[in-house]
Write a protein that binds this ligand. Structure first.
Ligand SMILES: C[S@@+](CC[C@H](N)C(=O)[O-])C[C@H]1O[C@@H](n2cnc3c(N)ncnc32)[C@H](O)[C@@H]1O
Ligand SMILES: [Zn+2]
Length: 920
C-alpha cells in the first residue's frame, strides 16, 4: 500500500488540544469522578474524552469538519472562552456560575442522526466499519469509548484484574444496559443481612450514634521503660480551619498502657497535635522520652510483636434533622468487642483455611512490595488487622454462599455479570478496610489503601465499620451500582445505528481477552483499522505488583467464574512491560539499566505484534506521559524498531491543576499522543548529518506553534519530542558519518537545545542578555519545571544542555540540595548559611548570586539597605543583570512566593529601572 492509497486521518492534520485539555480537567474534577473510576480501582486511567477523541481522530478523514467533530465528542460550547471567564473571575475574586453551558463532554451521548452521519463517513473512508483494538486496555477507557460509538472493539490486557474490570466496564453494560441493577441490590442486601447478623456483636455502639470508623495506632513496647507506645506522626482527628479536633495521649508510671483524651477545640498555643510519637520511621517514647530506633520497630513488626491500640471512633449522630460527624474515645464495650473479635478470629482460622478463604499467598519482594515487607507484611492476608479480617472474611464467606444461589437461579451469563459486580463491592470493602488505610482529617473521610499508587506503611490506620447502615458495605454497594448505571447510561441509551441491523446492540463485536500484547493470536494479520493504546509509562506504575492486592481476593470470589484468568498463584510479572528494577537485583549490571532494556524489549515485541495485526492503511495512536527523557528514548526505540513511523503528535493537558502546595513539586501535566503508520521506506536509512537541519527546523517550528497554543514548561519540551522523533523515524535507521548508529535520544537532546534557546530568547523579550551558565540554568529550571522541586535526572539533562556541571551546582554553588531523586532549589538564606551568599560581597561570579544576596538583605534589613546594596555593587548599571532579573521573574509562575518577592524588591530598590525591567 502506498501513501496515496492511505488517505490521511483527522488526527494527522488537526486535533483540538486546548479544548480537550480543559475537558480533561472537568472530567476529573474532584469529588465527581467518571463512572469507571468509581467502579473499581485501576491505576492511571486515561480521561474518557481524550480516549474518544483519539479513536475517532484515527478513523475519520482529515477533511472532517472540526466543529462537527467537537460536537460529536461532547464539546458542545466553547471551553476556551469558558475557562477564560473562570480565570478572570478568580483574579477579580468574583463568582461565575458554570460558564460552560453544557455538561462534561464524556457524558455526551451522540444522537442517532450524528451516528448515521458518522457511519456514512466511515464507509466512504474505509468501505466498511473500522475495527478498533486496545491491546493494553487496563481500566478500559479506550475500548469503553470505542463501544460507546458503536465500533467493533478488541480489548486485551495482561492483567486478570484489568480483564475483569473491562468486562464490567463496557461488556456487561452494553449487554444488559442497567437491567442488572435490581438484582445486584437484592443479592448484595442478602450478603449484608447475613454478615451483619454475625458481625453485630463485634461492633457495639451507644444510644443514638452510628460508628462509621475506628482510628488506630500501631504500637511497640518502648525498649527502655516498657510502655506500649502508640505510634502516630500526629494526633489530629479533624484539621480544618473552623474545626480542630485531636486526641491527647496520657500515661502513668503504674501502667504500661496509654490512654487518650479527646480535645475538641484545639488551641495550638496550649496543645500541638502535630507532635506525634514517630517521625521518619523513628519513634519517641512519650513517657521516658527515649528514642525508639527504626530498626527496632521493624524487627518488632517482622517478628509479629507490633500491636495496635484503638484511640478514637468516628461516629454519626442525628442533630435535628441532619447527621453530624464527630469523634469519641473508645469505651469499655468498644475495647471488649475488639478483644472478642481477636479471639474469634483465632477460632475461625482453621475453617477459613480449609475453605480457602484466607489469602495466604506470600507478598513477593518487588519494587513497590518491598515496603510492606519491611514491616512484616509478608503475606497478603497480613495486611488486615484481626477485626478487619473478621469483617472482610465474613462478607467473603456469605458472598460465596450467595454466589451458588445466583448460579442456580439465573441464566449463566447473567449470573456471571451479577456476581462480578458483587465481587467489586467486596473489593471496595477490602480497599477501604486494611492496615494501609488512613483517616484523613482534612477531608473528613477514610483514604483508601490505593489513595496513592503504592503500599506505603501507615502508623495510624483506619478501620471501616462495614455493617454500619448506609455506610461501609452498603456505601460500597451504592458506589458500585452508581458506577454501573452511569456506564449503562453512556454506552447504551439508544440503539446505535451501527448495530441496528441486528436490532439490538451486537455484543458479539466486543472481544475482551487476557494475555500479553506481544501475542494476540486471536487476531489475524492486517485486519485492524485503528489501534489506540496507552502503554505502561516506563516505571510509573507497577500494575502487577499493586493488583495482587485485589487478585488474591478475586481468585476467591471470581476464580470459578473466569477460570481462564485466575489459574496463577499471583499476577504475571514476567511478561509485564514495565521498567521494574526489582526483577533484576543481584546481577553485575545496574538493575535500573537491565530494567530499561527489558522494558524496551517487551515494548518492541508488543509493537511488532501491533504491526502484524494492523492493516497497511491502518493507524496506530499511542498515548504517553513521562517527564523523563530516558523513558521517551526507550519507547521511541521500541516503536521505530518495530517498523513504525511517527506522522503526527499532540500534547494534551490531561492532569488536573495542582494546589499551590503540590505546585512546589513539578509533575508533567501532559499526555502526548503519537500518531504512527507502518513505515514505507526502502530501509536504506539516513545520515545524521543530513537530517540534523530538519530535526532543528522541526523543533523550532513546533516550539513556536505550541507556545502560541499556551503550552508551557516541561510540556513544551515533551511536545517537540514527537515531531522530532517523526523526522528520525522517517529516515530510520540513522547513522553518523563515522558509522555509529544514532539513537532517538540524540534527536531529543537536539530538540531540548532548540527549545532552551528559544525559551531564553522569549524570556528576554527581544532584549540583549548575556549571562553566566549558572544563572541560565537557574532561570530555565524555573521556566521548565514551574516549581522549585523537580527530578534530578531532568536537572542533569538541563545542565548538560547549558554547559554546567550538575554536581558543582550543588557542592560548590549550593544552588540546590537533593531529596531522594529530586532537586530542591535552595533559598538565599540556606545558601548564605553555607557561605555561598555573602551580604558583604561586592562582586559576583554569577548574577543569581547577586540576586540572592539582594533578596537576603531585603528580607533582613529592608528596602533602604537593599537600595544601598544594589548601588554599591553597581548592579543597575548592568543591562545583562537587569535582563537576567526580568527573565527570572518571568520564568517563575505568578503564584509562587519567589515571584512576588522579586517583584516587591524591584519596586523597593530598582524604581528607576522599572521601565527597562517591564514586569508589569
Ligand atoms: C497505562 S495502563 C492502561 C490504562 C488504560 N488506558 C485506562 O485508561 O485504564 C497500561 C496497561 O498495560 C498493561 N500491560 C502491561 N504489560 C502488558 C503486556 N505485556 N501485555 C498487555 N498488557 C500489558 C498493564 O496491565 C496496564 O493495565
Ligand atoms: Zn519509654
Amino acid at each position: 500500500m502506498t501513501k496515496e492509497k492511505r488517505p490521511a486521518v483527522l488526527i494527522e492534520k488537526w486535533f483540538p488540544v486546548q479544548e480537550l485539555g480543559i475537558e480533561c480537567q472537568r472530567e476529573n474534577s474532584s469529588g465527581n469522578h467518571p463512572p469507571p473510576n468509581r467502579l473499581h480501582v485501576w491505576w492511571a486511567r486515561r480521561p474518557l474524552v481524550v480516549s474518544s477523541a483519539a479513536i475517532l481522530g484515527s478513523i475519520l478523514g482529515c477533511n472532517t469538519n472540526p466543529d462537527w467533530f467537537k460536537k460529536f465528542i461532547g464539546i458542545l460550547g466553547d471551553p476556551i472562552a469558558a475557562q477564560k471567564k473562570i480565570e478572570e473571575a478568580k483574579q477579580t475574586n468574583t463568582r461565575v456560575s458554570n460558564p460552560f453551558g453544557y455538561d462534561r463532554a464524556f457524558k455526551y451521548v451522540p444522537t442517532d442522526e450524528q451516528l448515521e452521519e458518522f457511519k456514512a463517513k466511515l464507509i466512504e473512508m474505509w468501505g466498511e466499519i473500522p475495527v478498533v483494538l486496545d491491546p493494553m486496555a487496563g481500566g478500559g477507557s479506550i475500548p469503553l469509548e470505542a463501544v460507546k460509538y458503536g465500533l467493533p472493539t478488541y480489548a486485551n490486557d495482561l492483567n486478570p484484574v484489568a480483564f475483569v474490570i473491562e468486562k464490567a466496564t463496557f461488556e456487561y453494560p452494553a449487554k444488559y444496559k442497567d437491567s442488572l441493577a435490581d438484582d445486584i441490590v437484592r443479592w448484595s442486601n442478602e450478603i449484608y443481612q447475613r454478615a451483619k447478623k454475625e458481625l453485630e456483636p463485634y461492633f457495639p455502639s451507644q444510644e443514638g450514634e452510628q460508628v462509621f470508623c475506628y482510628i488506630w495506632a500501631r504500637t511497640v513496647v518502648c525498649p527502655e521503660c516498657g510502655l506500649q507506645v502508640p505510634l502516630s506522626p500526629n494526633w489530629w482527628l479533624q484539621k480544618k480551619d473552623n474545626s480542630k479536633i485531636a486526641v491527647k495521649i496520657h500515661y502513668t508510671t503504674q501502667s504500661n498502657q496509654c490512654t487518650f483524651e479527646l480535645v475538641e477545640n484545639v488551641k495550638m498555643n496550649e496543645y500541638d497535635p502535630d507532635e506525634g510519637t514517630v517521625a521518619r520511621g523513628v519513634g519517641k517514647c512519650p513517657r521516658c522520652m527515649g528514642t525508639i530506633h527504626g530498626d527496632y520497630i521493624k524487627e518488632m513488626a517482622q517478628t509479629g510483636r507490633m500491636g495496635q491500640q484503638l484511640y478514637a471512633l468516628g461516629v454519626q449522630r442525628l442533630v435535628g434533622r441532619r447527621t453530624k460527624k464527630s469523634f469519641r474515645i473508645p469505651n469499655e464495650a468498644d475495647l471488649a468487642a475488639v478483644n472478642n473479635a481477636s479471639k474469634i478470629v483465632e477460632n475461625k482460622l482453621p475453617d477459613w483455611q480449609i475453605n480457602n478463604l484466607f489469602a495466604d499467598e506470600l507478598i513477593p519482594d518487588g519494587e513497590k512490595t518491598k515496603e510492606p515487607r519491611r514491616y512484616g507484611y509478608d503475606a497478603w492476608n497480613k495486611l488486615f488487622s484481626p477485626r478487619q479480617k473478621l469483617s472482610n472474611l465474613t462478607l467473603l464467606k456469605h458472598f460465596n454462599d450467595i454466589k451458588q444461589e445466583i448460579l442456580d437461579k439465573e441464566e449463566p451469563e447473567r449470573a456471571k455479570a451479577i456476581i462480578t459486580y458483587l465481587a467489586f463491592i467486596l473489593d471496595k470493602c477490602f480497599d477501604y478496610n486494611s492496615y494501609l488505610v488512613r483517616w484523613d482529617g482534612t477531608r473528613n473521610k477514610i483514604a483508601n489503601t490505593f489513595d496513592r499508587h503504592d503500599f506505603s506503611f501507615k502508623w495510624s490506620f483506619g478501620e471501616m465499620n462495614l455493617i454500619s447502615p448506609g455506610l461501609g458495605f452498603q456505601w460500597a454497594t451504592e458506589t458500585v451500582l452508581d458506577a454501573y448505571k452511569g456506564l449503562a447510561e453512556i454506552i447504551h441509551p439508544t440503539e446505535t445505528p451501527l448495530f441496528k441491523q441486528a436490532k439490538r446492540l451486537n455484543t458479539e463485536q466486543i472481544h475482551i481477552t487476557q494475555g500479553s500484547a506481544a501475542n494476540l493470536h486471536h487476531i489475524p494479520d492486517n485486519t485492524i483499522h485503528a489501534i489506540v493504546v496507552d502503554p505502561p509509562y516506563y516505571d510509573n506504575v507497577m500494575y502487577a505488583e499493586l493488583s495482587d492486592f485485589f487478585y488474591v481476593w478475586m481468585k476467591r470470589t471470581l476464580g470459578d467464574i473466569y477460570p481462564e484468568a485466575f489459574s496463577d498463584e499471583l499476577t504475571n510479572k514476567d511478561d509485564e512491560a514495565v521498567a521494574n528494577p526489582a526483577r533484576f537485583r543481584g546481577f553485575d549490571v545496574s538493575p535500573a539499566e537491565l530494567a530499561r532494556q527489558d522494558y524496551q524489549q517487551k515494548m518492541q515485541l508488543c509493537f511488532q505484534e501491533m504491526y502484524r495485526v494492523l492493516r497497511p492503511d491502518g493507524v496506530l495512536t499511542i498515548m504517553f506521559t513521562h517527564k523523563k527523557v530516558d523513558a521517551w528514548d526507550t519507547l521511541a526505540t521500541a516503536l521505530i524498531s518495530a517498523g513504525f513511523e511517527i506522522t503526527a503528535s499532540w500534547p494534551v493537558h490531561t492532569e488536573s491543576e495542582h494546589s499551590l502546595h503540590q505546585a512546589r513539586k513539578n509533575a508533567a501535566a501532559s499526555t502526548i499522543l503519537l500518531v504512527c503508520r507502518k513505515r514505507e521506506t526502502d530501509g536504506s536509512g539516513g545520515w545524521w548529518e543530513d537530517i540534523l537541519p530538519e530535526v532543528r527546523r522541526t523543533a523550532l517550528q513546533k516550539v513556536q506553534e505550541f507556545m502560541a497554543a499556551d503550552i508551557t514548561g516541561v510540556d513544551l519540551y515533551l511536545a517537540t519530542f514527537g515531531p522530532v522523533l517523526g523526522v528520525l523515524s522517517r529516515h530510520w535507521p540513522v547513522q553518523d558519518r563515522s558509522g555509529e548508529a544514532i539513537s532517538p535520544d540524540k534527536a531529543l537532546d537536539e530538540a531540548r537545545r532548540v527549545v532552551t534557546d528559544y525559551r531564553v530568547q522569549s524570556l528576554l523579550q527581544g532584549r540583549r542578555g548575556r549571562f553566566d551558565p549558572v544563572t541560565r540554568w537557574y532561570i530555565l529550571a524555573w521556566d521548565i519545571y514551574q516549581a522549585p522541586q523537580f527530578p534530578f535526572d531532568e536537572g542533569h539533562k538541563l545542565a548538560l544542555s547549558v554547559g554546567v556541571d550538575i554536581d558543582a551546582l550543588r557542592t560548590q554553588k549550593q544552588i540546590y540540595k537533593k531529596d531522594g531523586n529530586f532537586i530542591v532549589l535552595t533559598s538565599p538564606r540556606e545558601r548564605s548559611r553555607r557561605g555561598q551568599v555573602d551580604v558583604n560581597a561586592q562582586s559576583f561570579t554569577s548574577y543569581i548570586d547577586a540576586i540572592h544576596t539582594a533578596l537576603l538583605i531585603y528580607e533582613e534589613d529592608g528596602a533602604a539597605a537593599v537600595r544601598r546594596f544594589v548601588q554599591q555593587a553597581n548592579l543597575l548599571q548592568s543591562d545583562d543583570f537587569l535582563s537576567a532579573y526580568a527573565a527570572l521573574v518571568r520564568a517563575i509562575p505568578a503564584g509562587q512566593p519567589e515571584h512576588l518577592q522579586l517583584k516587591d524588591m524591584a519596586l523597593a530598590a530598582m524604581d528607576e529601572k522599572l521601565d527597562q525591567l517591564s514586569l508589569w
